[in-house]
Design a protein around this ligand. Structure first.
Ligand code: CTP
Length: 361
């Protein structure tokens, strides 16, 4: 865990949440959350140069040496609008109250910066050992349904199981979803979960009905290995391949994401007669769209495209046609297509072969 370059003998400064969990699991952690039991703005501003303060949340960013570190005040929260961001109830509350606003016991562990003692108010250590995800109270998913996707993410990432009562609470919530929720957070969790490219996440997301958080419409997942298709196509951030078949309009998609889905909608009704059709369809769309076709429509043409067709390119250009005395016109595209069609059948064709062939047209 990152060593803090500060002198603090208050005994009230704690690492908290993911960073403690990850250290106990022997995994790397990317962001370090630190909480002060009390008012962090007052207490931590003296550690270095204050870069930013947010009095509403009681947080302060301080530059210590070359590093900028965020310190949060302990805070309790309530959810006046379930499914939306909580509001801060009290800043500077006891650490215990801060811990109990969190999602799962494994994320509710604190570690004293001064003594390195682990503070465990919720049984997180035991659950960590047992490989179990457990919510802290029965309203957890009602307050924040994104936690259902977070549970999937953590359970796939760490190989953990949902504790029985937590699983029941999930089932109950999924039978009675309140669709008035913050979809920005849902999108973030979907992305983080499915960018793990996990087949298990795919199967559980559909089989356990977690997909209903996004779209109430029923869906049966295809019996394919998505993770394998994603790998053969080479999609780097594959989340949309896993969920793009749902109605995602509710998620505020980027222009690129909209394009991927639009192209998929256009392709999904198509059946391909030959290699040329496959090549034409897949070479002009994003890898995500190709993988989506493989998952949700038919894997065979995708495998064929990736293994055999993808790297075939014709060598002749417009300049070659001009040199042969063919005037630029619509005919160029037809010639290129005809040469491509031939080359897909004879990939060893050289540039001279291509020219010889086009002269026969
Ligand atoms: N948290 C929560 N409910 C959420 C999101 C976050 O209770 N819906 C709490 C958890 O205690 C979590 C902490 O806020 O540990 C920080 O959240 P985040 O950075 O999203 O999670 P990490 O646990 O750090 O997970 P990751 O490793 O995926 O970043």
């Amino acid at each position: 865990m990152k060593k803090l370059n500060i002198v603090d003998n208050s005994g009230k400064l704690f690492y908290i949440g993911g960073v403690v969990r990850d250290e106990l699991l022997g995994r790397a952690s990317f962001d370090v959350d630190i909480v002060y039991e009390g008012n962090a703005i007052e207490h931590c501003s003296g550690f270095g140069k204050v870069v930013r303060v947010n009095p509403d949340f009681g947080t302060v960013r301080v530059k210590i040496g070359a590093e900028e570190i965020d310190f949060a005040s302990t805070r309790s929260e309530t959810y006046p609008r379930p499914g939306h961001l909580p509001v801060v109830d009290k800043i500077g509350c006891p650490l215990k109250d801060d811990v109990f606003r969190r999602d799962f016991t494994l994320n509710a562990l604190a570690k004293s910066v001064m003594t390195a003692e682990i503070i465990d108010y919720t049984g997180g250590l035991e659950d960590l050992k047992a490989g179990v995800l457990r919510v802290l109270h029965d309203r957890s998913f009602i307050d924040d349904p994104t936690r259902i996707i977070r549970a999937l993410k953590f359970s796939v990432r760490f190989g953990f199981k949902l504790e029985e009562h937590t699983r029941k609470l999930q089932e109950e919530y999924l039978q009675n979803i309140n669709y008035d929720m913050c979809y920005k957070r849902i999108k973030k969790e979907l992305m983080e979960t499915f960018n793990l490219n996990s087949q298990e996440a795919f199967e559980r997301f559909y089989d356990e009905g977690i997909y209903k958080l996004v779209s109430p419409r029923g869906i049966v997942r295809p019996a394919v290995n998505v993770s394998e298709i994603v790998n053969i196509v080479g999609v780097r951030n594959p989340w949309i391949v896993y969920v793009g078949v749902l109605d995602l309009s509710i998620l505020e998609l980027t222009k690129i994401e909209q394009r991927i889905l639009k192209d998929f909608m256009e392709l999904r009704g198509q059946k391909f007669e030959n290699d040329f059709d496959i090549y034409k369809a897949f070479s002009s769309v994003a890898p995500e769209t190709v993988a989506m076709y493989g998952v949700w429509v038919d894997k065979a043409p995708v495998s064929r495209y990736v293994a055999t067709l993808k790297d075939i390119k014709i060598s002749i250009t417009g300049e070659d046609l001009l040199a042969l005395g063919i005037k630029p016109s619509k005919q160029y595209a037809e010639i290129f297509d005809a040469v491509l069609r031939e080359k897909l059948q004879h990939p060893d064709m050289t540039r001279d072969d291509e020219i010889r062939f086009l002269l026969t047209l």
